[in-house]
Design a protein. Sequence first.
Length: 250
Amino acid sequence: MTQTIAVFNQAGGVGKTTLTMNIGYHLAELKKKVLLLDLDPQASLTVFFGLKPKELSLTVYESLVQETPLPIHSNIHSVDLVPANINLSAAEKTLADAIMKELRLKNALEELQDQYDYVLIDCPPSLGLLSIMSLIAATHVLVPIQTQYKAIMGTQQLIETIGRVRKYGNAKIQFAGVVPTMFDSRAKQEQESLKRIQNAFTQIPVWSPIARATDFVNASQAHVPFAHYAPKHPSVGILKTIAKDLVEAK
């Protein structure tokens, strides 16, 4: 059965796209069939994989609005990708009067059941229709949290959001785990924030923190997975561990 993981946090700039790309790549390294889906109008995941959003005639937008099959770009760094572009920003308005619009993504993905071991959804940094669609479609949610005080303050709201989704739309959704991101071990405040994250989530996996590193930006600009760009960086081992743990927990 396909495991569909929404990489979700209502806050922006926490590393959702970087995690989606790199965990997806390492799952593929483990011989899993992986589909990544860009559901952010900023289309960062699409760009990270070397596609040019403005030149795409078909994206996830058409699938959601016109209910056409998902446009899949195959075998980019061993994974498949459903791209996005700025048109996606109009989806909420376009679908305002659509019946059961929250189910559009779930319905589109159900057509691909059993073709993939994992589907990872790069969610937008908001709690609008697109994020709700993702959480309705997902079996699991993976939460990146930046190791900053402000990010910690939003943790309770995030937990409450998942609780409401369970109550009203997807009773089976589970936490896959939490990934602390952009961690600077030299900063006392970030060490304290990491402890708060670990204390807030005691019943689910909290992986070792992903360090803040300019090489992540450089790898994205080069359109390659982080392991290709900086294979000896300690965060590569953490990303591999996350992928391995997801497989073992399935």
